[in-house]
Design a protein around this ligand. Structure first.
Ligand SMILES: [Zn+2]
Length: 288
């Protein structure tokens, strides 16, 4: 009996040793794998730097750069930008609607010079000619996000479901034809959605947003100086906004308009002076 007991405990010991060895080598393997991943990422970013230095036009490489932006924010139900981790909350999102009409490219250049990011929400009726399509392509290639603002700027609450679908999906098709990717963000004209459009936008894998403030479409602010003041302060007393709407995560609505174009640089500089960063739309969570 004693001997059998000894044998049994020796056997258990051997099994235990084998188990420990296997576990160790497994975790080693895991470590190796993650090391390998790290190396790959380093390699990838080295490649991208080289790519940028060469000023190459390889679309695939560009896409890799785009994908590397870490998701740090999401759009909440009030269209505000909220950090999903410990990212800086003092950000604002710049959006420019009804593009690319007369001033979008100039606005994009101004923003680019200031290294400020934005979403350009485009309308299908501004994408009729090759020249207009070329303008959109340029804005996209400058690094700006392109959003869907419907085909003809229709009020979605006043048209039937089939027409709503046409307004939304046909523009995503057209945008894809021009820039090579489908839009990931949607904003309805006048901010007016229906249950159907909300569902459809989700199915089309776009994040729906309105805005938290904007003044350039109100008559009293169709002037660069007045607009600049209103956008930087967040206050629009001449249209009843006595208190500032500027706060962390504010979603700023602007348009492809003369006075907005004229005020663009000062708005960015003024917001930065107040401690805000223009959020990179690519750091905002989208639907995969
Ligand atoms: Zn609009």
């Amino acid at each position: 009996m004693k001997r059998r007991g000894l044998l049994l405990s020796m056997l258990l010991l051997v099994v235990a040793i084998i188990f420990i060895i296997t576990a160790c080598s497994n975790s080693d393997q895991k470590k190796d794998n993650s090391k390998e991943e790290e190396t790959n990422t380093e390699e990838a970013s080295d490649n991208n730097e080289a790519e940028e230095n060469e000023d190459s036009n390889h679309e695939e490489e560009k896409e890799q750069v785009v994908k590397q932006v870490e998701v740090e924010y999401e759009i909440n139900e009030n269209s505000s930008v909220i950090p999903v981790n410990d990212a800086d909350e003092n950000v604002v999102l710049l959006t420019i609607d009804d593009a690319p009409d007369k001033y979008a490219l100039e606005m994009a250049n101004t923003l680019k010079d200031l290294d400020a990011n934005a979403i350009f929400f485009v309308n299908g009726h501004f994408l009729n000619t090759d020249e207009q399509k070329e303008t959109l392509k340029k804005i996209h290639e400058m690094g700006f996000e392109i959003g869907n603002h419907t085909m003809t700027h229709a009020n979605l609450t006043k048209i039937d479901e089939q027409t709503q679908r046409q307004e939304i999906v046909s523009l995503s098709d057209l945008i894809e034809e021009v820039i090579g990717e489908r839009p990931k963000f949607f904003r309805a004209p006048h901010g007016a959605n229906t249950d159907y459009s909300r569902e459809l936008v989700k199915k089309e894998k776009m994040i729906l947003m309105n805005w938290t403030y904007g003044y350039d479409y109100f008559a009293p602010y169709q002037d660069a100086e007045k607009l600049k003041k209103a956008m930087i302060s967040g206050e629009g007393p001449e249209v009843g906004e006595e208190y500032s709407l500027l706060k962390p995560g504010a979603n700023l609505l602007m348009h492809d308009r003369e006075w907005t174009n004229a005020a663009m640089a000062d708005i960015v500089i003024g917001l930065r002076d107040k401690g805000y960063t223009m959020v990179n739309p690519r750091a905002i969570k989208t639907i995969e």
